[in-house]
Ligand binder design. Sequence first.
Ligand SMILES: [Zn+2]
Length: 80
Amino acid sequence: MPSPYRCPNCKTNRSRFNLIEQVPTSVKMDSQTGEVIEQYTQDNLDVLHVPYRGPAYKVQCGVCGLVEDEQMFIKHGEQR
Ligand SMILES: [Zn+2]
């Protein structure tokens, strides 16, 4: 079910937003050089590697530019 948003920063914007999809790429890097040695899919992650558990997307206010989790915008959207 959709929920109304309101920007927690500028507090006036309720309608203009950028939805930013979080698409994780899991990699193993060389600890010395930072070079990517291996790239994983979510199915072949090794046991020591914790998969991405953050939100599916973040939200940017289309008026002031604040980037936050969707929950922040929903929480402020409930307050009329
Ligand atoms: Zn804003």
